[in-house]
Design a protein. Structure first.
Length: 99
């Protein structure tokens, strides 16, 4: 988890680096595509504190109902543990990555 939040911080703090990584793995030189991808992927969706939400897990459960009726009515909070991220946030580790 530490490595994941470090990677998120690096991508958010060093746009040039992030664009080079995307250029390599997306195999495109199109700057407009890279910029749009950065804005959506890094700015919009990657969160400083990557905490799961009950709503996100509920969406998954709603989809699973078709294949597994046991998913219906389940509490989405039973399916994830956010204690490690909360601990990293509380310790100040995540904030320290943005200084």
């Amino acid at each position: 988890m530490r490595a994941m939040v470090e990677a998120i911080a690096l991508l958010k703090k060093d746009k040039a680096f992030a664009l080079e990584v995307m250029r390599k793995y997306l195999r495109t030189q199109d700057q407009e595509i890279l910029e749009e991808t950065y804005d959506v992927s890094v700015i919009k969706y990657l969160k400083k504190y990557p905490l799961p939400t009950p709503e996100a897990f509920q969406s998954v459960l709603d989809e699973l109902v078709q294949e597994n009726p046991k998913a219906k009515g389940q509490d989405p909070r039973k399916f994830y543990d956010d204690s490690i991220i909360r601990e990293l946030a509380k310790s100040g580790f995540i904030d320290s990555l943005y200084r």
